[in-house]
Design a protein around this ligand. Structure first.
Ligand SMILES: O=P(O)(O)O[C@H]1O[C@H](CO)[C@@H](O)[C@H]1O
Ligand SMILES: Nc1nc2[nH]cnc2c(=O)[nH]1
Length: 272
């Protein structure tokens, strides 16, 4: 990680305070950065590679109204075959670059009855299903340089940033599509069966996806302030009568349709 951070600092003058991870189909979050320096993951020493459609695979540095940001256009998922250490590798690199705030975004299916496709959910909390059975990026010897052996996760989605996002959404006139809820990470890569969807619904999960939780665990461990957003790209099928089914192209399409709205919140938040 240190070698990667040193290499990046030798290649760009930007010293980011905010890092943004773009979810599936949400790579356009990087487009508004000014004075960009971009690096393909393939060219960054030690960096894993993106293999999923809708994840471009580059790191973009730039300015947003005076704040310096680094944006991951493309994240790493466990189902791609990466170890959890690899999927979260960039987080510790960001910490070494001086980042203080992490904004994570993802595409997710909704289980909550009141949610509509196209809604944006502020993540209040998560259920890390792989983590609950021991698939956790913090497994193995603890690196005390980054954080404690047994980190607390009870406040991992910063309350101040969540409240601020609600206020900003009202000012931007997008409060009607804003929700708040619990995100669950499942391993993927298959989408849920109906029985699995019903189970998640009963457990109080509002939205489900295949990412984010490991990144947030590692970020919280090393003391980053975290804000998370899920774009609701589909309703998870919960009824045997329902003939619809979800697919990745549909997920990416909703990202394209909602790109402007999704862009607004992280952009405004990163000023703080
Ligand atoms: O979580 P992100 O990367 O946004 O992507 C979500 O969308 C993909 C499925 O369409 C899965 O990778 C799921 O995790
Ligand atoms: N697991 C899961 N991931 C998603 N990513 C986008 N939509 C979905 C979904 O319905 N289920």
């Amino acid at each position: 990680k240190t070698a990667t951070a040193d290499w990046l600092m030798s290649q760009t003058k930007h010293r980011p305070q905010v890092a943004i991870i773009c979810g599936s189909g949400l790579g356009m979050l990087a487009d508004t950065l000014k004075c960009q320096d971009s690096f393909a993951y393939a060219d960054i020493p030690g960096f894993p590679q993106s293999t999923v459609q809708g994840h471009a695979g580059q790191l973009v540095f730039g300015e947003l109204k005076g704040k310096t940001c680094v944006c991951m256009q493309g994240r790493f998922h466990m189902y791609e075959g990466h170890s959890l250490c690899k999927t979260t590798f960039p987080i510790r690199v960001f910490k070494l670059l001086g980042v203080e705030t992490l904004i994570v975004t993802n595409a997710a299916g909704s289980l909550a009855d009141g949610f509509q496709t196209g809604d944006i959910m502020i993540i209040k909390d998560h259920i890390n299903f792989p983590g609950l059975v021991g698939l956790n990026p913090l497994c193995g010897p603890n690196d005390d340089k980054f954080g404690p052996r047994f980190p607390a996760m009870s406040g991992c989605y910063d309350k101040g940033l969540r409240c601020l996002a609600m206020e900003i959404a009202k000012e931007l006139g997008v409060a009607s599509v804003l929700q708040e809820g619990v995100y669950a990470m499942v391993g993927g890569p298959n989408f849920e069966t109906i029985a699995e969807a019903r189970l998640l619904h009963r457990l109080g999960v509002d939205a489900v996806g295949m990412s984010t939780a490991p990144e947030v665990v590692v970020a919280t461990h090393c003391g980053l302030r975290v804000f998370g957003l899920s774009l609701i790209t589909n309703k998870v099928v919960k009824s045997y009568e329902d003939t619809e089914s979800v697919n990745h192209e549909g997920v990416l399409e909703i990202g394209r349709l909602r790109s402007h709205t999704v862009q607004q919140l992280p952009n405004s938040l990163s000023y703080f």
